[in-house]
Design a protein around this ligand. Structure first.
Ligand code: COA
Length: 180
């Protein structure tokens, strides 16, 4: 369990699937994610089981984001190991409960997982990417300390449009300096 002020992060349980399914298939939630089709309860249960397997294999670490004041599961955040030699990680985040967007909760969850990436997993850098029109995510990532490093031109296709993927990253040294 990783403890923040407003949110904590914990491993997923199969019983989380009901809350996930209340929100996960909404178009506004999936719009900026690489998730193009609706998912069934059984597919989500399999996904949760797979998070346990990948964690045991040391490949990725998925946490549920819990709103502490309501003990409510509102999203997921993940760090996966992209390159074990250079110790680079890849971060992904989705707050699926739209009632809780733009309240600083995504930033807090990211701060917790970046701490975990650098101070527990001993990664050297972490990156993420986003659709060029995901303005909320861009503001959130900049606020946390991610730096834009480039674009994969027209790498994504969404709502009939080819969109750039903006790539952002942060080095462990930058994070540790920022936290001092
Ligand atoms: C992206 C996401 C994780 C961000 O989490 P969040 O809790 O909403 O973000 P935060 O509140 O910490 O930060 C968002 C910032 O963007 C700002 N913002 C909101 N809408 C905006 C917009 N249209 N344009 C620019 N900035 C915007 C907010 O004001 C806030 O900045 P502030 O704290 O300085 O006021 C969350 O919104 C989410 O899961 N969205 C859907 C899935 C998704 O897009 N995942 C990311 C895929 S790369």
């Amino acid at each position: 369990m990783l403890e923040g002020k407003q949110v904590s992060l914990r491993g997923l349980e199969l019983s989380d699937v009901d809350e996930l399914m209340r929100h996960w298939n909404k178009k506004e939630v999936k719009r900026f994610l690489l998730a193009f089709t609706p998912h069934s309860i059984e597919e989500e249960r399999d996904w949760i089981r797979n998070t346990w397997k990948r964690r045991k294999e040391g490949k990725s670490y998925v946490f549920g984001i819990i709103l502490k004041s309501k003990n409510l599961y509102i999203g997921n955040v993940e760090v996966s190991i992209m390159n074990p030699i250079s110790r680079r990680g890849l971060i992904g985040i989705a707050i699926f409960n739209t009632d809780y967007w733009s309240q600083g909760l995504g930033s807090e969850a990211l701060e917790l997982i970046i701490d975990y990436a650098f101070y527990t997993l001993n990664l050297h850098s972490v990156e993420l990417d986003l659709y060029e029109n995901n303005e909320r995510a861009y503001s959130c990532y900049k606020k946390v300390g991610f730096v834009e490093t480039g674009r994969r031109r027209q790498a994504y296709f969404s709502d009939g449009q080819h969109l750039d993927a903006i790539v952002m990253d942060i080095l462990a040294s930058e994070w540790k300096k920022k936290k001092k």
